[in-house]
Design a protein around this ligand. Structure first.
Ligand code: ZN
Ligand code: ZN
Length: 124
C-alpha cells in the first residue's frame, strides 16, 4: 500500500461536499415543486422574488430522509424554521434543565427541614 496522496483526499472531500450540496439543492427544488410556496407556520406567501427566504424543514430532522413524495418536508420561512429548531433545542434542553433544577430545589428544602427537625429534637 502506498501512502495516500493528500491531494486525492482533498478531491474526495470536495467531491463529497459537492454531492451533498447537489443533494440539498435537489430536495429543495423538489419540495418547491411539490408544495405551494407558503410557510407552514405563519402562512406567509412567497414569490420568485423572495423564495430564498423559504426553507425546507425536515419533519424528523433527518436531512438524509428525503422520500420522493415529500412527506418528510415542510416549507417554512426563515423565522419559523428558526423557531422550529429553537423549540426543539429548548425541549431537549428544558428536560435536562428542569431535572437538574428539580434536584437542586428539592435538595435544599429537605436538607433544611432535616436540620430543623434535628435541631428541634435536640432542643427537647
Ligand atoms: Zn413563517
Ligand atoms: Zn429544519
Amino acid at each position: 500500500m502506498k501512502p495516500s496522496d493528500p491531494g486525492k483526499l482533498d478531491r474526495i472531500v470536495a467531491d463529497a461536499r459537492r454531492a451533498a450540496e447537489q443533494r440539498d439543492q435537489g430536495y429543495r427544488e423538489r419540495a418547491l415543486k411539490i408544495y405551494p410556496w407558503i410557510c407552514g407556520r405563519c402562512a406567509r406567501e412567497f414569490t420568485r422574488a423572495n423564495v430564498r427566504e423559504l426553507t425546507v424543514h425536515h419533519r424528523d430532522h433527518n436531512h438524509d430522509n428525503n422520500p420522493p413524495d415529500g412527506s418528510n418536508w415542510e416549507l417554512l420561512c426563515l423565522y419559523c424554521h428558526d423557531n422550529e429548531h429553537q423549540r426543539q433545542l429548548e425541549a431537549a434542553g428544558a428536560g435536562s434543565n428542569s431535572a437538574a433544577a428539580g434536584r437542586v430545589s428539592t435538595h435544599t428544602p429537605f436538607a433544611d427541614l432535616k436540620e430543623l427537625l434535628a435541631r428541634k429534637s435536640n432542643s427537647k
